[in-house]
Design a protein around this ligand. Structure first.
Ligand SMILES: *Cc1c(COP(=O)(O)O)cnc(C)c1O
Length: 378
């Protein structure tokens, strides 16, 4: 028996990037046209300007633009290795519930991810699991602000200090997020950012950055991202080519000026979801107030996830799953397939991301909530 769903049908895609870009379309077009006309496409003034602006925004001394978010993570670990501060084979604590890029950066560097299961309510790393995971080989912690939720706490800071761990933030989903007065990406020793088009701060292609207050680390990442050159044609390290380009930097500079407004809009929509969702139908993660959640993704959890997805689709609502297979269960990592991380595994079966982006109207958010609430659980 179906509860009545009386609203006029709407069509709400999960994310319409055309609409997102069109919000500031003219300014973006102008910025791109300037780069095209300038004849300078790499390693120029626009990248420098964006790096300075983004460092100021995040609150760090340095920002190094790189090719994408995976490179930001990978180059950070590589730089620590080159500097002798992390060894090959070092164990890196990482939440089991993350996008695979966080883990790829670790294994690519010959280090070992130690998967930490998460707390079902807060989605933070489970403190009990953390305590058990530490040993003399542990070198660093990767803290992932997944879904746009700040996962940094005083306890994390103390844990890393006590155990002498390097703290790296994967801030790919949390640009603009706060912990108290500080932005995520400035809380640890290095912050890694992705500007993949769908992220809160998204380019018109790939892009990424590392933010840090560490002069030596910054210089090393910058060199490794540019063939290992400390100065032109003088290779101190075995580097690679990983650059943010001038077009993306120009676009990002425009979009950065709107990021806080966009995040506030996301927060307002999220409040509508938190207030109106029937919690007997779906489970929501704990509510974080202040600026501690920038709602890159709005996850709901339900046992009959696939049915709910189909039901919402019939109502014109696009959804995605973040993520259907946790890294340790991926085919590329057979040695970890037998690990048991029950909360992460359960949530991968139950997670559904409902639409949330700054172009959405209040009416659309209400429509999504009404549709959710009309789903028959039994
Ligand atoms: C998007 C993302 C990345 C990777 O960024 P790319 O720019 O796509 O390489 C890394 N970690 C997390 C948590 C992400 O969401």
């Amino acid at each position: 028996m179906e509860e009545e769903f009386v609203m006029t049908r709407m069509n709400i895609p999960y994310l319409d990037l055309k609409k997102v870009t069109a919000q500031h379309g003219e300014e973006i077009q102008k910025a791109v046209a300037e780069v095209v006309g300038s004849g300078w496409y790499l390693q120029g003034e626009r990248v420098k300007r964006f790096e300075a602006n983004y460092a100021r925004y995040i609150g760090t001394k340095h920002c190094i633009g790189v090719a994408n978010g995976l490179d930001a993570l990978m180059l950070t670990l590589k730089a620590y290795k080159e500097l002798g501060r992390l060894k090959e084979g070092a164990e890196i604590l990482v939440p089991a519930n993350t996008f695979i890029a966080t883990v790829l950066a670790i294994t690519e560097n010959g280090m070992k991810p130690v998967f930490i299961d998460i707390d079902e309510e807060t989605l933070d790393m489970d403190a009990t699991c953390l305590g058990k995971a530490i040993n003399e080989r542990t070198g660093a912690m990767m803290l992932v602000h997944l879904y746009g939720r700040c996962t940094y706490h005083e306890s994390i800071k103390q844990f890393c200090e006590t155990n002498n761990l390097i703290l790296i933030e994967d801030n790919a989903q949390a640009h603009g997020c706060y912990y108290q007065e500080q932005r995520t990406g400035s809380l640890g020793h290095a912050g890694c950012h992705s500007f993949y088009p769908g992220k809160n701060l998204g380019a018109l292609g790939d892009g990424g950055a590392v933010t840090t207050n560490d002069d030596e680390l910054a210089a090393t990442i910058r060199a490794i991202a540019n063939y290992g050159f400390e100065e032109k044609y003088v290779a101190r390290w075995q580097g690679r080519n990983s650059r943010l380009d001038e077009v993306q930097a120009a676009v990002l500079d425009v979009k950065l000026t709107y990021l806080d407004d966009d995040n506030r809009r996301r927060q307002a929509l999220a409040r509508t979801y938190y207030t109106n969702t029937n919690k007997g139908k779906v489970r929501l993660p704990s509510f974080l107030d202040g600026g501690q959640n920038v709602y890159h993704i709005f996850p709901v959890f339900i046992e009959r996830r696939d049915e709910l997805q189909q039901y919402l689709k019939e109502k014109g609502i696009g959804t995605l799953i973040h993520y259907p297979i946790p890294p340790h269960l991926q085919q590329c990592y057979p040695i970890w397939n037998k690990l048991q991380l029950p909360v992460t595994e359960r949530l991968a079966q139950q997670e559904l991301s409902i639409p949330l982006n700054p172009t959405m109207t209040d009416e659309e958010a209400i429509y999504v909530v009404e549709a959710l609430n009309s789903f028959q659980k039994f």
